[in-house]
Ligand binder design. Sequence first.
Ligand code: PLP
Length: 349
Amino acid sequence: DLPPAPHIIEALERAARDPGKHGYPGYGGTPALRRAIADYYAARFGVTLDPAREIVALLGSKEGLANMALAWLDPGDLVLVPDPGYPTYSMAPLMVGAEIYAVPLLEERGYLPDLAAIPPEVARRARLLWLNYPNNPTGAVAPLAFLAEAVEFCRRHDILLCYDAPYCDICFDGYVAPSILQVPGAREVAIEFNSLSKSHNMAGWRLGMAVGNEVAVEALARVKTNIDSGPFLAVQEGAIAALTGDQSWLEERNAIYQERRDLVVETFNTIGMPTATPKASLYVWPRLPADGRSAEEVANWLLEETGVSLTPGTAFGPHGEGHLRVSIGAPTERVREAMARLRRRLAEG
Ligand code: PLP
């Protein structure tokens, strides 16, 4: 619900007034945008990227996630996807005739997949592994040691590791989310997807990026030359301002999200739907009471009874059963009102 900082909007506005910024933008992002992405990765993660070969700009990261399937998979190929997980990881492979193997994310493992439990014949066949931390929908984060384990797993089995990190700049309590490219040697097997949608409040601008393994970046970029013609140049100017300008406003923005997170966590912990306190992301993942009702039934019931819309965990896969996903991307007063309604209704029994 929050807008980007004024200097970003001013850069867009300035560029939109420039008659030279309305033609075809060229594929993959201007050299200046790719340089800005490299500068951001260097400053934020200490990761050095070659703007010419290791970066492609996206029209929001979602099209990149989907087009990666077109770029990398043949019919019958196998893709490892987290369950629960962002639906595009599964839907895009299915649309190109590939097969899905769901890897469960379980609470007792901190919602990190047990890669060692993947059967050897499945690992041998797999061509892609999707991972996403900070995680949608569970709010879980992954330590660098787990990311190193995932890189090693993908190296051993010749799998392309697709790491989706759009929430990496929405962190709380001093936590700092890593890039998978911080793992030594990661770029030999990994491509990372990122986006200004959440990090800089620019979801409607449609500006994302894929960075890392140059073979994967090239394959994705080549597919995209047949599908789109690059982001609007004025949007690219705004993105450059977002990536290279003052970042201190993100701390104030995260403080707003943190207040909402605390409101939600406290409420669910007092109404019998216990939840961990997420260190990052825009999501809280409370556990439902074991009263025989499905997550969808509870979400529908709460919507009817209170007007509060929550997502059933099963929207993200069968292992989301038993959970609701609560988004903190609504104005604080609205979140407060929603939590008050839930408390009132659940107090009635
Ligand atoms: N990946 C994850 C995990 C998401 O939750 C989302 C959006 O909700 C996206 C990718 C897509 O973001 P965008 O296309 O706006 O960059």
